[in-house]
Design a protein around this ligand. Sequence first.
Ligand code: ADP
Ligand code: MG
Length: 620
Amino acid sequence: MSQPEQHAFQAEIQQLLNIVIHSLYTDREVFVRELISNAADACEKRRFLQASGQTPAEEAPLGITLTTDEAAGTLTIGDNGVGMSREELVQNLGTIAHSGTKAFLKALAEQQKPDARLIGQFGVGFYSAFIAAKRVSVISRTHAGGAEGWQWSSEGGNGYTLEPAPDATPGTRIVLELKDDAKTFAEPGHLEQLIKRYSNFVAFPLDLNGKRINTVRAIWSRSKSEVTEEEYTEFYEYLAHDQDAPRYRLHFTADAPIAIQSLLYVPSRSLELPGVMRQESEVHLYCRKVLIDARPKGLLPEWLRFLRGVVDSEDLPLNVSRERMQDSSLMRKLNKALTGRFLKHLEEEAGRDAAAYDAFYAEYHRFLKEGILSDWEHQAILGKLLRYESSSTEPGKKTSLAEYVQRMPGDQTAIYFLQARDRAAAEASPYFEVFRARKLEVLFVEEAVDEFVLDRIREFEGKPITAAEKADLKLEAPATGALSEPDAAALAGWLKTTLGEAVHEVRASTRLVDSPVVAVDSDRQLTGSMRRMLKAMGREEGGLPDAAPDLELNPAHPVVVRLQELRGQDGPLAELVAQQLLDQARLAAGRLEDPRTMLARMNTLLSRVVGAAPETKTGG
Ligand code: ADP
Ligand code: MG
């Protein structure tokens, strides 16, 4: 007989295996669940091929068998599912890194004590076998006519071997030679407990040493009153490989316009790591309890990719390719019905338990905002689900747009929002002054993306949504001490000449109280922070032209009043003050790119103030 071929693991997989072998000591039993889950997946795939007429249904019913040998210290998990060819063994078990590998390594690195329970959620469950086994052998054969059996074996540390397995029957058999300290996994009693706990919902008969362990039931197809809380939670654990209870659950059925039986869950946490891993939707699509697609594209909008669950529709054809199914009108109907119903559910939950909704929102608000920016059809209802702090809420508490509108006095015409790093920055912002003075509520939004989101919604309950920076609001002019209109206009003209290209337009403001000046983006659609974000996003492609802002001045502010006289008396000093005012306005607008020139100028001004430098040098 020829020597087995020796293969190396792809580098990330090897790294993953080293961690699995050497660092995962708690919750080791998860590997049982992961291997059973893979066996069940393989059976699901085979059942689909049979149901869609692509393979003849065989005599032997699909199922999973576990066998233990306490004396030899082995555990074998077999299934008669699709099986793997030689190429598939190479690809699936060691060559091609799933996108989840990296994310899993990162998640582990962030933990003090690596948690084995995470492994299945990242799509690398197979490797958990090495938690308990010193050697893993996978003997597999597909059902294709003339297919050959192959055996894949590894001790985890040093690549794997491949050799022909002429006696293999169609399907897969995984033999675990248990580590000395993991022999309990060869005890039938212990194993039975584990299976009952983790794999109770496997959709195929599961036998342990010849004894049937589970009862197969599709809980989504039963009526709500027949399903217990416990079953719902256990099913979620089984489905999502997640031990933390889900935040929300929606079990719903419909007959028109399309038959739906569905059970959707919102996990307690989102697994998405921006820039590292984008989650994939895992709401499985069934037709009469036959799994059609575990990750169907188009069943739900992209921004609902955090959902887990099952959708069963008897209206779906089984013999259509997945690609054609994706853009079929049936899928669009399912998508519309499911999305609408789920959003309604969120709205109801928000009304029923605001604290629980806030916790959900903290975890998932990005997805809702992505929905507003990408999904025109659901914008309006998603707008109802937004929550922000505002000048009328207590710090840390959020309000909905609906509550905001309810509080609006009769003469307030618009909903206002202000973007700032945090509440303190918002309250100190010159843009907030007119709102404080007139006791108008402003939503405080922390991220520039929120400005785009609110801009996109445009209006809520008939009230336009407006950036504070763009609000057309006026304050009563103070009776005394302010510059006259002609003086203010003259000063504005001088400032424009002095500041040149750095400003687009200079004018007197009616909305400032404590600040001498404020910058307003000269583009009517954009705010300063929106421009900053567009610029950052487009840096590679040349970016957004950096248009000079408009500068508004406060005719009642002592610095402004004094500047009007000063420009006649000490031109160079007046010019320094003008430059300084512009930089302060840019700073408040988040548009001061390099504060160092401002510092140098500040020092010159301070020297004047303390009388150290009677001479004034001009300059930017
Ligand atoms: P996931 O199940 O999330 O895809 P795993 O690491 O658990 O990730 O498994 C990797 C892949 O190996 C599976 O996607 C599947 O293609 C293959 N595989 C694992 N176990 C079996 C099995 N019993 N039968 C057929 N294929 C299997
Ligand atoms: Mg798996």
